[in-house]
Each structure stands twice: as C-alpha cells, then as structure tokens.
Design a protein around this ligand. Sequence first.
Ligand SMILES: Cc1cc2nc3c(=O)[nH]c(=O)nc-3n(C[C@H](O)[C@H](O)[C@H](O)COP(=O)(O)OP(=O)(O)OC[C@H]3O[C@@H](n4cnc5c(N)ncnc54)[C@H](O)[C@@H]3O)c2cc1C
Length: 466
Amino acid sequence: MVDLTRRFDVLVIGGGNAALCAAISARRAGASVLVLEGAPKFYRGGNTRHTRNMRCAHDAATEILTGPYTEEEFWKDLLLVTGGQTDEELARFMIHESKDILNWIVEQGVRWQPSLGGTLSLGRTNSFFLGGGRAMLNALYRTAEELGVDVLYDAEVIDLVIEDGMFLSAQLKQPVGGKTEVRASTLVAAAGGFEANIEWLKQYWGEAADNFLIRGTPYNRGAILKMLLAKGVQEIGDPTQCHAVAIDARAPKFDGGIITRHDSVVFGIVVNKHAERFYDEGEDIWPKRYAIWGRLVAAQPDQIAYIIFDSTVVTSFMPTLFPPIAGATIAELAGKLELDASALEKTITDFNAAVQPGTFDHTILDDCATQGITPPKTHWARKIETPPYLAYPVRPGITFTYLGTRVNKQSRMLMKDGKPSANMFAAGEIMAGNVLGKGYAAGIGMTIGSVFGRVAGREAAKNARN
Ligand SMILES: Cc1cc2nc3c(=O)[nH]c(=O)nc-3n(C[C@H](O)[C@H](O)[C@H](O)COP(=O)(O)OP(=O)(O)OC[C@H]3O[C@@H](n4cnc5c(N)ncnc54)[C@H](O)[C@@H]3O)c2cc1C
C-alpha cells in the first residue's frame, strides 16, 4: 500500500509514455517518485497503448533503421508540417535530444523492430516498438517498479493546490488508505490533452464535435491542463488544432486505436455526403498528409465522407478492422452508402475523364495526375472502373489536442507573467503545442513525450533536492 502520509520528491500525474519516462528519469536521479494514473490498471497508459513508433534523429543506419535521418532533415520536416508554427529553440532541442533517446529507451527495457510496410514508408525515419505501444509501456512500468517508483491506479486527480506558481499538493477523487491529499516537492504533469472531453471540444467546434470519434483513451479529459491554466500557467497553442485522421465511421466512440484508421485515400477518391470530391487526395506522400484528413472530414456536412476505390487496389494498403462496403455497380454502391446514385456516377465519370496517363508509384510523387477538374488529384490518380466498387465511410478521428502548458528547455512550466514555475514541469501531449502549432509528422507524439518526459523527471529530481 502506498503511504500518502509521506511527502514525495516528485509527483507524476499520468500513466503514459511521458509520465513513465519522467518517473524513471527522476528515480534514476535519486528522487522518491509517485505516479498517479487515473485509469484502472488494465487501461493504464492512455494513448501510448495505441502507438507503434517514434521519430528520432540519427546520423547513420541502425539495426532496424534503413539510413540516416539528420537533425537538419528532421527540423525541415517539422517546419514543413507545422508551416513554421513551432518554437524553434524547443523544437531543435527536442530533435537533438531525440538522438540519445533511441538508446536511452532501450536501456529502460523497450525493444525495437523493423518498420511495418504498407503506405507508411517510415523505415528510415521511425523506429517501431517490438510488440507495439502496450509492450513498450509494460517494459517502462516494469523498469519503474523495479527501480522503486510507486504507482497508483484508479488515481484520478481532481484538484491541485498551487500558490504563486508553486505546487503544494494534489487531491485524489478516491481515498487511498483514508487519504486523498498527495504532497510532493515537485510536480510533473503528464496527463495528456483534452481530446476525450467532447464538451470542451464543442467550445471550439460546436455541435460538429458530437460526430467526432476519439481514437484513444477516454481518460484524457484535460482536467489537469484546465487546472494548471486556471492557476496561472501560460497556455500555448491553438485550441482548435489537434492531430485528427480519417477513421472508419463504424469505429467505437473511444479507443478504436490504429486498426480503425484508413490509409487508402491515395488509392481512390474521397466524397462527402453530396457525393462531391472536396480535396486533392494525392497532394503529398501519405505520412506527411494522413493527419490532415480528420480536419477535412470535420469540415464536411454531418462530418461524414466516403473513400471510394475499385477492386484493383484492395491489396495496396494496410487492411483495417472493417471490411469495405461493395457494389457491383456505382449505383449499387451509392445505394448502400445512402448517397445520390446519379451524383456519385457523375463524380466518378468526371474524375475518370480527367485522369492523364502516367506511371503509378505510391512511394514517390508520381506523374499520375488529373487535368481539368477541381479539386485536382495531383498524384496517384487512376481511373475507378473495375468492379466491384468499394467504399469506406469515414469520420474525424481525434488523436490528441495541441492546446497546452508553455514550457522551457528544462520542461519547466512558465507562468503567465513569463517567470518559470518554482517546481512544476510538464511533458507529453499536455505540452505538445510548444512543438506542434499545427500539423503532424508520424511518430513525433512519442518523441515529445520521451524527450520532455526524460528531461522533466531529471529536472524535477534536481529541483526536489534543492
Ligand atoms: C490510435 C493512436 C495511435 C497513435 N500512434 C502513434 C505512434 O505510432 N507514434 C507516435 O509518436 N504517436 C502516436 N500516437 C500519439 C501518442 O499516443 C501520444 O502522442 C503519446 O502517447 C502521448 O503520451 P502522453 O504520455 O503525453 O499521454 P498518454 O499516453 O495519453 O497518457 C496520459 C495519461 O494521463 C492520465 N490522466 C489523464 N487525466 C488524469 C487525471 N486527472 N488524473 C490522473 N491521470 C490522468 C491518463 O489516464 C493517461 O494514462 C497515437 C495515438 C493514438 C490514439
């Protein structure tokens, strides 16, 4: 039984990658550490449970990475996807530190495996966790526990006592040994974003948010973020910005995970409920564009869209949990999707007529493009003409939000007056907006959590000693 009458050196709120990296790092630096995970043990680990890979800079190929990915190239990729909306100093710091994370995370028991194939093309840039995010988490928990980190599950924090930027204590929803107050010399907030809080999302998205599906944990409701911002911590990031992809409309409201994501957009066309195309499906290589489709679908009527393709491409992408809906004719498919058949027939006829000859290659920006239609499909455009015709219904799948707490290079939170907090640190999704003003490139979520988690734990331990 964890003794809550004592005062811990470092209190970590959250139970995902950022929290565990912080806890291990603080413990290795000599601090006593308590982790409060709001979820039950079976669901521990928030969105981290669903992950597959992490993006780290490296100067040469490794056992599992096919070639170098320099700091400069990583920085350029980040600049591109964020359109420059990133804190350059912090981002460059994170990229530099990511190099060392490749080894550090292995020292904490995590194992790598070679990249998965399909349309992801990440073999050079991203390292995949052997056994996926859950196995990665299990390794981190095992290491933390072996080092003597205390962990409480079902330990939802419902209040924080903070005075003049100084953390004093946290309040648990359910008592442990008769106590609900947890005291510690320093705080690491690693409690995720607010993506599972539909009411909060509605403040920015309106009623449309009712049609959003949340890809990960229902426990990331943003309570800690809200408390910190209310108690004087400086906020960073646009509240409407988030990582959102197109996921199967038949997926559950929460925790559908990776198997509900559709990577077939580049192989067909995407139409809205009026059977009209609305965006260039071939704009750029999929890992650089998959994360725009959640927002694009969110902007369509009733937040629903349909990826339409034909039988020639079914084996070209990673299959998902849900089978495609099939029709022997376009009209039959339209009927099953409850779309206007003549409108869908016209969209596909117009699209087919616009497709120009080219040499198809989905791994490069090929020369298969349309001419004379709006929006164009600028790469990978091929006629949809071989029955059966197939479709996936998709909705916005929210992965995580970017609004967060501002931090410096020590992962220390900054207060509204610009001064660093006396003893509060943040890592992971809760501060992702420092690096991600908008946009996303696959694997950065885990880089943010690992780098800033490690730093936050180390700095919190140092702070507690002083
Ligand atoms: C389906 C899916 C696939 C993904 N794949 C990848 C990938 O391959 N690579 C990648 O880089 N990123 C991926 N991501 C994003 C990645 O999951 C996140 O960026 C990362 O896991 C964030 O780690 P974190 O520790 O900050 O948050 P989380 O892992 O979400 O942990 C937050 C924790 O805080 C706890 N918590 C929340 N509120 C409270 C409270 N009040 N009291 C106590 N505890 C609380 C939660 O229970 C949870 O344990 C994916 C996300 C999803 C949903």
